[in-house]
Design a protein around this ligand. Structure first.
Ligand code: NAI
Ligand code: 15L
Length: 274
């Protein structure tokens, strides 16, 4: 299966949360041929496009999310606070929001979710360590903790209710890598698209954790436990190396070049809102 091609059988209705975000905009265009109807959702306003169903919905609103999941065949769940923020913000969108998605999936018989997890679930591993999906989580932030919660929730909903999830521990998915850390963590949009397509369509994924980086020269992640997805990234950050290494070099103990999660390991603390 190559990126952008239609999967072997089309879905009836695919739900994409976070559709107004950076990755959501990209995947919305690319997922449209994969389903009879694409339902695009976000708390932010959505531009009408194609024949998409556009639903503005706060993931923290359980009743609204329950309506959102009605009639859906599978979900690509991107909607979230996507950077480090105070816990009360993360709690609403990422923790309560992801619970609402899974519980509504159970109520409506949705059998497959692709969950946008993050490298920040394991951000406190050092860059000289190589880990696989069985390495214990070492979240680097409130944000990373919320993604670890999402992975645990996905594990529970598979063991208890048989809802399959592929958790994508996305590295750094931007048009181009932005700093020396991203020479290792970068994921191109084409490689992301191919991975999402496989995560939706490969049979019997159960509960799978896949590290999501392009075929960069160096890697911190051993992806053999996701080999059944048959995903082979094609792109590489290598052609950006000279430009990025010409940037002023970080100190050897700078988190950017020390920890897999980079600068997230040094953010905060944030005052609670109580
Ligand atoms: P983004 O911040 O551009 O998009 C996230 C979207 O979620 C936004 O459109 C936002 O309005 C929406 N959202 C936030 N709170 C919401 C709520 N309460 N209800 C409904 N929608 C809400 O982030 P991006 O880069 O597109 O990331 C997409 C997903 O992938 C996120 O879950 C992020 O954590 C994850 N990810 C992204 C990486 C990247 O490099 N772009 C790396 C690792 C994970
Ligand atoms: C993430 O999880 C974020 O969503 C994204 O904005 C980047 O910070 C990325 O990780 C990264 O680690 O580069």
């Amino acid at each position: 299966m190559t990126a952008h091609s239609a999967p072997p059988s089309r879905f009836d209705r695919l739900l994409l949360t976070g559709a107004a975000g950076s990755l959501g905009k990209v995947l919305r265009e690319r997922m449209r041929p994969w389903a009879r109807v694409l339902r695009a959702s976000d708390v932010a306003a959505l531009e009408p496009a194609g024949a998409d169903e556009c639903v503005r919905c706060d993931l923290a609103d359980g009743r609204a999310v329950d309506d959102l999941l009605r009639g859906v065949s599978a979900v690509v769940h991107l909607g979230a606070v996507s950077v480090e923020r105070p816990f009360h913000e993360i709690l609403q969108a990422n923790i309560l929001g992801t619970y609402n998605v899974y519980e509504s999936a159970r109520r409506h018989g949705v059998k497959r979710i692709v969950f946008a997890s993050s490298n920040h679930v394991v951000g406190f591993y050092r860059q000289d360590q190589r880990i696989d999906a069985d390495a214990p989580p070492r979240p680097d932030s409130n944000y990373g903790v919320s993604k670890a919660f999402g992975e645990d929730l996905a594990r529970f909903y598979f063991d208890r209710y048989g809802i399959e999830t592929v958790c994508l521990r996305i590295g750094s998915s931007f048009p181009e890598p932005r700093d020396v850390r991203m020479l290792t963590s970068w994921l191109s949009y084409d490689d992301l698209t191919d991975l999402v397509q496989r995560a939706l369509t490969v049979p019997d994924v159960g509960f799978t954790i896949a590290f999501a980086a392009s075929a960069n020269r160096d890697s911190w992640w051993d992806n053999r436990k996701a080999a059944h997805l048959g995903w082979t990234p094609r792109d590489s950050a290598e052609r950006h190396r000279a430009r990025l290494e010409a940037q002023p070099p970080p100190a050897p103990d700078d988190p950017l070049v020390t920890y897999q999660g980079g600068t997230y390991t040094a953010l905060g603390p944030f005052e609670p809102n109580w």
